[in-house]
Design a binder for this molecule. Structure first.
Ligand code: TUI
Length: 313
């Protein structure tokens, strides 16, 4: 059950991919997800290339299975990180916050599958033409950088617009979201916030507990005025951000306020003054459990759910 083209493409048992979150998605988390039958992803974020190479080596020591690296296109090290991925022959790359088209031919030539994150039909079409192997359609329910469309509205439109497999992301944390994504035509899901609350995730426990404590309306979008909207949990930092955005301060001042704040929350555990990037589904997450349990629960519950849905016929 749930054996889709995504499983064949990525050589994985279950079509469940872990989001490649900057600072959060380290070797430990990526290996745990891959060992559990999903696809673990190392988040390169804005880290220098040697850091990324080291995480790849650490992951290889922890798992024999396929894993990937997420490249954040606003990083100052994009070219260097892509070179590391080529040299290390990483099986899969996912990309975010930019268009990876110019790198696709060389990545594919070296055997790396390329799965860009998109948030519109137009970009999905362009990247299919550029040779992407699959796409992650990420709705604005997700944490971190967001587009404008919701998962529910965007996924079926992208599924109809392209032939390559589509993976749904944004607002998914359990079997109900997984089955809903498949009903929309997706052939897999990517989850970020759910895997932050995996036992193996090395993020500070304050960061994980902030997600467990969050409710349905706990997230806000900051940075609408800077052109880089980001979904985070409401806290002192977001209040300060809102107050500065209302005063129409310069983009430089807002960028200055945001600088280093993701690290502050994830590594230092300062969830009051740091940027706690998390999705709207935070309110559904009530526990911290091993990645293998997260995946197993989704698959078992999804099999049950599909049977129950069948009874409607
Ligand atoms: O990348 C994400 N989400 C992220 S990255 C991130 S790291 C960060 N660190 C510090 C401050 C702020 C962020 C946090 N969250 N999602 C994937 C995604 N990419 N969604 C949408 C896009 C996207 C956006 C624009 C893809 C392509 C694009 O441009 C296309 C073009 O043609 O340039």
């Amino acid at each position: 059950m749930f054996d889709t083209r995504v499983c064949d493409l990525l050589n994985i048992k279950y079509p469940i991919i872990q989001g490649g979150m900057a600072w959060v998605a380290t070797a430990e988390l990526a290996a745990a997800v891959s060992n559990a039958g999903g696809l673990g992803i190392i988040g390169a974020g804005s880290a220098p290339p040697e850091f990324v190479r080291n995480e790849i080596k650490k992951t290889r020591n922890l798992t024999d299975r396929s894993f990937g690296v997420n490249v954040y296109f606003m990083s100052p090290y994009v070219d260097e990180v892509i070179n590391v991925i080529l040299e290390e022959k990483v099986q899969v790359i996912t990309t975010g916050a930019g268009n990876p088209s110019k790198y696709i031919p060389q990545l594919k030539q070296s055997g790396t599958k390329v799965i860009p994150v998109v948030s519109s039909v137009a970009l999905a079409r362009r990247l299919e033409k550029s040779g992407a192997d699959a796409l992650i359609a990420e709705g604005m329910e997700c944490g971190g950088h967001i587009g404008e469309l919701t998962t529910m509205a965007m996924v079926p439109q992208i599924v109809d617009a392209v032939k390559i497999p589509v993976i749904a992301a944004g607002g998914i944390a359990d079997a109900r979201g997984f089955v809903a994504a498949l009903a929309l035509g997706a052939e897999g899901v990517q989850m970020g916030t759910r895997f932050v609350c995996a036992k193996e995730c090395t993020a500070n426990k304050n960061f994980k507990e902030a997600i467990v404590k969050a409710k349905d309306r706990s997230t806000v979008i900051t940075g609408k005025t800077t052109g880089h909207p980001v979904r985070v949990l409401k806290n002192k930092l977001t209040n300060r951000f809102e107050e500065m955005e209302e005063r129409c301060v310069s983009i430089d001042e807002l960028d200055e306020l945001g600088s280093g704040k993701l690290r502050l929350a994830v590594i230092e555990g300062d969830v009051d003054n740091g940027s706690v990037m998390a999705g709207q589904i935070s309110g559904l997450i009530k526990d911290i459990k091993p990645a293998a349990e997260i995946i197993k629960d989704i698959i078992i519950d999804a099999e049950d759910l599909v049977k129950r849905l069948h009874n409607f016929i």
